[in-house]
Design a protein around this ligand. Structure first.
Ligand SMILES: [Zn+2]
Length: 189
């Protein structure tokens, strides 16, 4: 089902969150049906290209022995280790050659779930004249949620592309969607 509230236009951007091998099937921290976000995101990347709307793609990019890993007392199995195979974007994701990457999760002293968390991304968006974010990727209840909440906090309008995201857990996913909506994000399919 495709219901588009409006077409992409000047002042919009598309943000593709962490569509990396480790979050897809066979990855070290696979999100259920994570691969299913690739086809809708490719469609949206196509819309963005047609309308000259900027596309940004974030990647989780952890140093070895990152504090978010189980062995270091963190919440997750090791994943998206810098330069490893699993840290690559999904091979079917059709990112434009001039894609702007947002690299996060590199800090030694804390994790960074949000694409805005000490990356300077909001400054880049303002320089690029962006007012509205259309966002999808992985995972809905973790990095997408954190990014959407920060975007709203920063004063951007946010559209969550529902068929282009998947949660780690269904329950947390529906909670995440509720809080995003409550804080002003709009959900599109
Ligand atoms: Zn991570």
């Amino acid at each position: 089902m495709t219901e588009i509230i409006r077409q992409l236009e000047k002042g919009d951007c598309l943000v593709v969150v962490d569509v990396q091998k480790d979050f897809c099937s066979g990855g070290l921290l696979a999100v259920k049906a994570g691969d299913e976000v690739v086809a809708p995101l490719n469609r949206w990347i196509g819309f963005a290209r047609e309308r000259d709307v900027p596309v940004y793609a974030s990647r989780d990019w952890h140093p070895q022995r990152h504090l978010s890993f189980h062995e270091q007392g963190g919440k997750w199995p090791p994943h998206c280790i810098q330069d490893s195979e699993g840290a690559h974007f999904h091979p079917d994701l059709m990112l434009p050659p001039d894609i702007v990457r947002i690299t996060k999760g590199v800090r030694f002293d804390q994790d960074q779930n949000s694409v805005f968390d000490q990356t300077g991304f909001s400054a880049q968006l303002r320089r690029d004249g962006v007012k509205s974010l259309w966002i999808g990727g992985l995972a809905e209840d973790v990095c997408v949620l954190a990014s959407v909440l920060d975007a709203l906090e920063e004063g951007f309008e946010v559209f969550l592309i529902k068929d282009a995201t998947r949660p780690v857990s269904a329950d947390a996913g529906s909670k995440a969607e509720k809080s995003m909506k409550r804080l002003g994000a709009r959900i599109v399919f």
